[in-house]
Design a protein around this ligand. Structure first.
Ligand code: ADP
Length: 313
């Protein structure tokens, strides 16, 4: 996205969204702005309200409170018009296994009564690199190619906004990477993408991310902004008997998290001085290396999750 486009053309602009199911408030005062062509990632533990939020943003679900627009239309009163411009890929997509890729797409286009079917199917095949395989049976495709076919089916009606609900769950890392290359290519053409995910590598490929816990927006921004804004300090410790070191560090004042990353421990806390003090017994040892490192996105998310659990109690 160009700097010029940023800030000038919000595709989504909502304030104070609330959704309750029975007595439970599953989304609590959610506000966000999303610019055209942005890939916006939604992260957070299961049940934190990601899907409910995404569905409210695009008119699939009416909020109990709050207001705003999606694609310039009111999310409360113009949801039908919004929905027509949204492509929604859920985890549970299905195909006719004994039809080819092209036949499946043609079937979807017919089902939705789309005009200009031949061109649309051709465009979707081209845009997602499926043209060469168009005659292949859907039932014979690997997980990654099935995902692509699902994405192609979602863009047949030429939506302006794409919702991807954990689109690559269970797909291997290489296929996931290629799928994300496709998402970036679509975003380059001006399509805006909201995507929920649990994968850190996917979060890192979003232009912006939002982290939700217990229905609350805990943080949002670019990955760098979210990491910098966490207030978390992380120190990497390399030592023999890492498990023992970890056990001794757990629960010390200043140590909020200890996690093994390969041959190193990431030891994190929000109070830098207290963290250094907790690590002091190891810092001077010849067989131990203690060095500050940036927290990873995962460190930050686990920190936020721990904090939100505390708030909840
Ligand atoms: P996430 O996508 O982060 O896993 P969801 O938005 O799916 O979270 O769900 C948030 C909470 O709302 C969960 O506790 C879920 O059980 C509840 N929930 C979602 N949809 C409904 C519904 N239609 N009726 C009742 N409860 C629901």
């Amino acid at each position: 996205m160009t700097a010029e486009a940023a800030g000038s053309d919000p595709v989504i602009d909502v304030r104070g969204l609330v959704k309750r199911f029975g007595a439970k408030t599953v989304v609590d005062g959610f506000s966000i702005r999303v610019e055209r062509g942005e890939i916006y990632g939604f992260l957070g533990p299961n049940g934190s309200g990601k899907t409910t939020t995404i569905r409210m943003l695009c008119g699939l679900l009416t909020p109990d409170a709050g207001e705003g627009t999606c694609l310039g239309l009111d999310i409360r009163t113009q949801s039908a018009a919004i929905k027509r411009q949204v492509g929604y890929m859920t985890q549970k997509f299905s195909f006719w296994e004994d039809l080819s890729i092209r036949e499946n797409l043609d079937f979807v286009a017919r089902m939705y009564g789309l005009p200009d079917r031949r061109r649309r199917v051709g465009d979707a095949l081209d845009r997602l690199g499926l043209a060469e395989r168009q005659a292949q049976l859907a039932g014979e495709l690997s997980g990654g190619w099935k995902q692509r076919l699902a994405l192609a089916a979602c863009i047949l009606h030429e939506p302006r906004l794409l919702l991807l609900d954990e689109p690559t769950a269970g797909v291997d890392p290489k296929a996931r990477r290629e799928f994300w290359d496709e998402i970036h290519a679509l975003a380059e053409t001006g399509l805006t993408v909201l995507v929920s995910t649990h994968y850190m590598d996917e979060a890192e490929r979003c232009h912006q991310i939002a982290y939700l816990a217990y229905g609350k927006l805990m943080t949002h921004g670019t990955v760098d902004e979210v990491v910098a804004g966490s207030g978390l300090h992380t120190v990497a410790v390399s030592a023999p008997h890492l498990g023992r070191v970890a056990a001794e560090l757990e629960g010390r004042p200043g140590v909020e998290m200890v996690a093994a990353f390969g041959t190193r421990l990431h030891v994190s806390g929000t109070d830098r001085a207290a963290l250094d003090e907790a690590l002091a017994p190891w810092a001077g040892r010849a067989d131990v290396r203690v060095e500050p490192t940036g927290p990873t996105l995962e460190d930050v998310f686990i920190h936020l999750m721990n904090r939100s659990t505390d708030n909840f109690r």
